[in-house]
Design a protein around this ligand. Structure first.
Ligand code: FAD
Length: 499
């Protein structure tokens, strides 16, 4: 009898151990194998399959605007470039052709495009010279931040205001009047001292707050409608070393936390909102970069691959599981918190690291500028609007911009929080129709709370919405026709809203 009892209890123990082992295997499969399998699948799906454009065709970052244009590469040398541009303008006038300028073509709504027009590629026009006494950089408009940042870095300087990535040209940045993680500043226009502009008749004018002041304000944020920006005098900032800190907060506490944490020692700031279904637009990570009294490291690195971070990001496309996983990993990993990093290093990141490489798909940006007191109200509306559409929200970053008193068509007519949303869509008509409808609802929501929206992206808002967001636009376009009476400089932005 005791022997039977003993073998019974040992069988029971074996069974229990087996059950525990099975439970451990099941838990491990869920904790390790599921994310691992998900990421392997995402990496396999993430193939670079984008086909080159046919010759004689240009497009922009949307990959939704392939258009036939005559491409002209502008010379790198100033006097040759001026002659070349004058010849192009003369011929365009004689042939009744329209002219557009292009830097990195990262606009998304054809702001660089006009069918059968002449496309001036400015990217070789990129010389630069820093005056360390005045701390002014003189730079040609085709230069990109990816060239400017290393140049300034060698001399201990940095860009004062720019986008969150380094791919963009100075001319494109001026024409959109961009902004970034430089939280305590108005948009880019505030860092422009002066520039030279070639008008449609080939004359070159100097523009500053004192000279041709009206043209100065029209060109900044003017989407290439007034002339060809030649070279620019830009205020620069000192390069600094920052220590990153971050907090995870409910979105409703974002503004209050931002105001509390952003003290004088903070050099840059950005926020991220969750797009994970478990905390959709209701949880945020706020990262602040605090000045450290040490010299920034000398050499800069330019990451060419984002590795696992890219796979985690691309794996969130069309996957609730992937989005929850990404948000959990980002919260757990701590990001850059605790590390020291230079201002130049933070800004020297290409946006291409995370871009979509699939031929049939594209990722589209939106940005809404919301007054601080309305941020949570706008998010409440977004939580209702966005899930109604089958378009996939991949990312939301939050930036702060101060009142812009320089540009004519300005989006920051007071302090604003900019919400940059990245959506994923298929390159097909039905998704375009969805995106149009979604954009119009989001624009309406932004307008209802006293906000605005950003103009370099898709031109889906109605002309009526555009004019409500930019009440100065009617006068802006009248002035365009005054400075460019033959309407030589045209693009889709102008044909959609300006005529
Ligand atoms: C992935 C991505 C991330 C972005 N991040 C940010 C961000 O963080 N902050 C932000 O504010 N914006 C951001 N943007 C928007 C971006 O700043 C604008 O689209 C900007 O215009 C891009 O610069 P570009 O050199 O590509 O300009 P392009 O697209 O080449 O041109 C933009 C406009 O500038 C005009 N233009 C260009 N060069 C000249 C010239 N020499 N003379 C006259 N007109 C000219 C063009 O005609 C066109 O109307 C982002 C866009 C993308 C795609």
């Amino acid at each position: 009898m005791p022997h039977q009892l003993h073998s019974l209890s040992s069988r029971y123990r074996v069974k229990t151990v087996l059950l525990i082992l099975l439970a451990i295997i099941a838990v491990s499969l869920t904790v390790v194998a599921r994310p691992a399998l998900h990421l392997v699948r995402a990496a396999l799906h993430d193939r670079d399959e984008i086909l080159p454009l046919p010759p004689g065709t240009v497009d922009d970052a949307s990959r939704l605007n392939p258009t036939r244009m005559q491409l002209v590469q502008v010379s790198s040398e100033l006097s040759t470039a001026k002659e070349q541009l004058r010849t192009v303008l003369k011929e365009a006038k004689a042939q009744g052709k329209k002219v557009t300028m292009a830097g990195s073509r990262h606009t998304m709504g054809g702001q660089t495009i006009y069918p059968d027009g002449i496309s001036l590629d400015m990217t070789r026009f990129k010389q630069m010279q820093l005056n360390t006494t005045t701390q002014i950089l003189t730079v040609q408009s085709g230069a990109t931040w990816s060239a400017i940042i290393p140049y300034l870095n060698q001399q201990g300087y940095s860009v004062a205001v720019m986008q969150s990535n380094n791919d963009f040209s100075v001319g494109g940045t001026m024409s959109a009047n961009a902004h970034g993680w430089q939280h305590d500043s108005p948009p880019f226009a505030s860092t422009v001292e002066s520039f030279r502009l070639m008008l449609a008749d080939g004359t070159v004018v100097q523009c500053s707050r004192k000279e041709n002041a009206e043209l100065f304000s029209l060109v900044l944020g003017g989407y290439g409608l007034f002339g060809i920006i030649l070279d620019v005098n830009l205020k620069v900032a000192l390069n600094e070393l920052y220590s990153a800190q971050r907090v995870i907060i409910p979105s409703e506490d974002y503004v209050e936390t931002y105001q509390r944490r952003v003290s004088a020692d903070v050099g840059m700031v950005y926020g991220r909102l969750s797009v994970a279904p478990d905390s959709f637009l209701s949880e945020a990570i706020l990262t602040t970069y605090h000045k450290v009294t040490a010299e920034p490291e000398g050499a800069l690195t330019t990451p060419s691959q984002a590795g696992l971070a890219r796979t985690v990001f691309r794996g969130s496309v069309d996957s609730d599981y992937g989005k929850n996983l990404r948000w959990q990993l980002e919260k757990a990993s701590g990001g850059e918190a605790g590390t020291s990093v230079s201002r130049n290093q933070i800004m020297n990141r290409p946006s291409t690291l995370f871009e979509n490489h699939r031929q049939t798909e594209t990722d589209i940006l939106h940005e809404y500028f919301i007054p601080p007191e309305s941020l949570e109200l706008f998010l409440e509306k977004c939580r209702e609007i966005i899930p109604k559409y089958k378009l996939d929200l991949l990312n939301v970053t939050v930036r702060n911009v101060e009142l812009d008193s320089d540009s004519y068509l300005r989006y920051a007519d007071q302090e604003m929080f900019g919400l940059v949303m990245l959506f994923h869509q298929q390159r097909r008509a039905s998704d375009e129709a969805e995106m149009r409808s979604l954009t119009q609802e989001l624009v309406e929501a932004a307008l209802e709370v006293g906000g605005r929206y950003y103009l370099p992206y898709r031109l889906h808002s109605t002309p009526e919405q555009f004019h409500r967001a930019y009440p100065q636009a009617t006068k802006f376009f009248q002035l365009k026709r005054q400075y460019d009476p033959d309407e030589t400089f045209q693009n889709y932005f102008y044909t959609q809203y300006g005529r």
